[in-house]
Design a protein around this ligand. Sequence first.
Ligand SMILES: Nc1ncnc2c1ncn2[C@@H]1O[C@H](COP(=O)(O)OP(=O)(O)O)[C@@H](O)[C@H]1O
Ligand SMILES: [Mg+2]
Length: 245
Amino acid sequence: MTLLQIQDVEKLFGGLHAVNQASFDVEQGELVGLIGPNGSGKTTLLNVLSGLMTANAGQVLLDGHSVLGMTPTKLTRLGVLRMFQMTRVFTRVSALDNLIVCGLAMGLNEPKATARAIELLEELQLTHVMHLDGGQLSGGQKKLLEFGACFMVQPRLALLDEPFAAVHPVMKETMAAFIRRRSAGGQTFILVSHDMPVVVELCARAVCMNAGKVLADGPTEQVLNDPAVMEAYLGTEALEGHEHA
Ligand SMILES: Nc1ncnc2c1ncn2[C@@H]1O[C@H](COP(=O)(O)OP(=O)(O)O)[C@@H](O)[C@H]1O
Ligand SMILES: [Mg+2]
């Protein structure tokens, strides 16, 4: 069953086509890796899917119904949950309360939110820091906490933007194991990551974006070996090299 349909989505910043007629579907229960060089439009696409930005054109359907232009709050209630590339946690609230607040916002009552928060903290190996303020956590612990916040209520669709970036390998494995378990349980994900070994391991399918367009879509190994995909990555590296020269 198709959960999400992205059809010819366009997002412009002035004259820049950050997302350029991007189309792909996500089936219920799929774990899709969204890859592509820096600036290829991955975060912008997630911004559109989570309601933070409106598209200039195209359509986004969840369960066959248009969700384009809905507010992030409304999309959250429909089960579209989003983790940011730049971590966002409440710094002056305990790790436990960070999760409880999210649970309450998603409609859980306080005992349920508390129980769920304690479970998630344990699963993410954050129990020992649950009474520390968000601001006292390490960068990796903040990421894990924000990650956990997406799962206070089981999402229909979890959108993860570079969850493993700059995270200690042990925490990365905690997150990867969490994703693997949820995926085995039927959770649907779009996972943006530059960590190719993790993408290969977790995602049966990958979508590669370049300059706002979907460049390749298919089995992950096949996408990574696609000459156009390799060229897109090498082209960017060559440009970056030039900038540093
Ligand atoms: N808020 C914004 N205003 C203007 N340009 C933006 C904005 N957000 C992203 N862009 C530009 O859109 C393009 C795609 O960016 P982004 O979606 O962040 O790419 P990625 O996540 O794949 O690295 C880039 O050229 C970026 O500079
Ligand atoms: Mg990004």
